[in-house]
Design a protein around this ligand. Structure first.
Ligand code: F6R
Length: 584
């Protein structure tokens, strides 16, 4: 949700900023811009739409200090005048911002009354003018005074035309400082800088980075802070496409390794946050919520422990009943999702809390006990390996709880968890069949997904995947629910994807498939059983006792990918979306 980058060093800043932005573009792609300081003058270039529209405008920009931004529009339409960097009234400051300034209207009136005029509709422009207003010769003093007036969230990169340093401030939006010998970068995430360095300062709230030939970290009282360097273990090649046409396909194929790393980290390690709990609330947004829902079905069915799965943006405002012996478990690939952080915060002081997160040192991991997924960097906006490693952690939680209860089924569950990388590898061999099916679905304007139990959660995630990347409307229902209304929408040729991997529920789901078939639907069964008598096509995933819903999700990722590919969609950057949703 907006990416920011900055550079201080000896080289020309503009190509380095563009390179950084290309690695952050998944955070937003409504507009892009850079500002470079050259001989006491700030040059700015901005372009609407993709970063590729900006590149040609920056070739004549010189100077070795600069900032850049890729935008996901919140305040103001995606137009050049709303693109960052914003320039302050005197022309002294250029600023890039990720976050939301909640009191921007009040500050805007304050500044307008003092002669400031605004060229954009953004909340961010206010910050540039406010710093200018407080500037009396010392940038740091102006930054501190301005920061103390802001409410909301911000990661800021700032340059000043008469100060040869780069400045950055953070509150509730991610920001890292990448240390690379004489060169220093700032960025919204480590992923953007992995081709430059693995050594970072990860800024905490209320910290200012003052970057010159050395890097100084200050607090908002202007005092120096001693900061530890964080050494990232992610591999730079993981953030590249490595010959795949899209990051999404590469990330689908990375799942066996991602699962292997994650299970090795957790399967035999203790998880103290599971001790003495009576029930569990699992929260997340989008796919992470679907993981939570599947976790509910799996953990409740196996352990008898009550599990509530909730959409984080609902949980945080509905006064949920949270008891001291509950566990609040937040799921988030990025660890930066505003709704999930907000939901965790309302419960974290009432009970034990933990989080399943992929991005190391992200905000959620500082607010609760992390149980990391080791998916590595996920660049495609639509999550794949992030989602399946979240499911794996939930299966591991179920296994630990089962073991504590002395339940015999734990051994078979552990065996299946250990076999997951191989089972997913086998599922990936279905690609040719799923590619053909993708071509078949591509001309349709809508589809239905159905399933029961954990397969319903898998179906919800599969419908989301299809919608977000192929723009085909997809509705998902528990299979038994269709006849209560939605079946009226089924007509000759309607596409129905039925996930049926649970033997205990198979006959029930088959009855529901027959109901839609009888009304002319074209039914694709995703199952480990022979559905050839009731479905038009069956995609057969490996048969297991517990983990087949995860395997069905992998098959459906591939189905969505090939449907979108057949339609020629921009798969890694679907319209209107951004990867890390840091606003409510
Ligand atoms: C869908 C997708 C989103 C995210 C959601 C939560 O493919 O990626 O629905 O799952 O925005 O993001 P995180 O997991 O970063 O909290």
């Amino acid at each position: 949700m907006c990416g920011i980058v900055g550079y201080y060093g000896n080289e020309d800043a503009s190509p380095l900023l563009i390179n950084g932005l290309s690695r952050l573009e998944y955070r937003g792609y409504d507009s892009a811009g850079i500002a470079v300081l050259h001989n006491g003058k700030i040059d700015v270039q901005k372009a609407e739409g993709r970063l590729s529209n900006l590149i040609g405008l920056t070739t004549d920009m010189h100077g070795s200090i600069g900032i850049g931004h890729t935008r996901w529009a919140t305040h103001g339409a995606p137009e050049v005048r709303n693109a960052h960097p914003h320039i302050s009234k005197s022309g002294r400051f250029a600023l890039v911002h990720n976050g939301i300034i909640e009191n921007y209207k009040e500050l805007k009136s304050f500044l307008e009354a003092r002669g400031f005029t605004f060229v954009s509709d953004t909340d961010s422009e206010v910050i540039a003018h406010l710093i200018d207003f407080y500037y009396t010769g010392d940038v740091i003093t102006a930054l501190i005074k301005a920061a103390n007036r802001l409410s909301g969230s911000y990661a800021l990169g700032i340059i000043c035309n008469n100060d040869n340093r780069l400045f950055a401030i953070k509150k509730d939006s991610p920001l890292v400082v990448g240390l690379c010998g004489k060169d220093t970068f700032i960025a919204s995430d480590m992923q953007a800088l992995l081709d430059k360095t693995r050594d970072f300062y990860i800024l905490d709230n209320g910290e200012i980075a003052v970057i010159g030939d050395t890097v100084d970290i200050l607090n908002l009282s202007g005092e120096h802070i001693q900061k530890q360097i964080y050494h990232a273990t992610w591999d730079k090649t993981e953030a590249d496409k490595n010959g795949y046409p899209h990051f999404m396909l590469k990330e689908i194929y990375e799942q066996p390794e991602a699962l292997e790393r994650t299970l090795k980290a957790h399967l035999y390690a203790p998880l103290p946050f599971l001790y003495d709990i009576n029930s569990i609330h699992i929260i997340g947004c989008g796919s992470a919520y679907h993981a939570a829902l599947m976790g509910k079905y799996i953990i409740e069915a196996l352990t008898g422990i009550r599990v509530n799965a909730d959409i984080a943006s609902e949980f945080r405002y509905r006064n949920p009943i949270i008891k001291p012996d509950d566990l609040l478990l937040a799921i988030s690939q990025s660890g930066e999702t505003a709704d999930t952080i907000g939901a965790l915060e309302i419960g974290a002081n009432k009970c034990k809390s933990a989080c399943i997160v992929n991005v190391p040192e992200s905000t959620l991991t500082h607010k609760s006990t992390p149980m990391y997924t080791f998916a590595g960097p996920e660049v495609a906006v639509a999550t794949t390996k992030g989602f399946t490693t979240q499911l794996l952690n939930l299966y591991i939680i179920a296994a630990k709880l089962l073991k504590k209860r002395g339940d015999d089924r734990v051994q078979s569950l552990i065996e299946e968890i250990e076999a997951l990388p191989t089972l997913v590898q086998q599922t990936l061999t279905l690609e040719p069949q799923l590619k053909e099916l993708g071509k078949r679905i591509a001309p349709h304007s809508y589809a239905f997904f159905i399933g029961r139990g954990a397969d319903y959660a898998a179906a919800k995630e599969s419908a989301l995947k299809l919608k977000e990347i192929s723009y085909i409307h997809a509705d998902c229902y528990p299979a038994g629910e269709l006849k209560h209304g939605t079946i009226s929408l089924i007509e000759e040729g309607s596409v129905v994807v039925a996930i049926a991997t649970d033997k205990a529920l198979l006959d029930k789901t088959i009855s529901n498939i027959i109901e839609v078939k009888a009304r002319g639907a074209f039914v694709i069964g995703i199952s480990c059983f022979d559905l050839s008598k009731v479905c038009d096509v069956t995609v057969t995933v490996p048969a297991t006792q517990f983990v087949s819903p995860l395997l069905a999700s992998v098959a459906c990722q591939m189905l969505a990918y090939h449907t979108a590919a057949a339609k020629g969609c921009d798969i890694d950057k679907p319209r209107n979306l951004a990867k890390s949703v840091t606003v409510e």
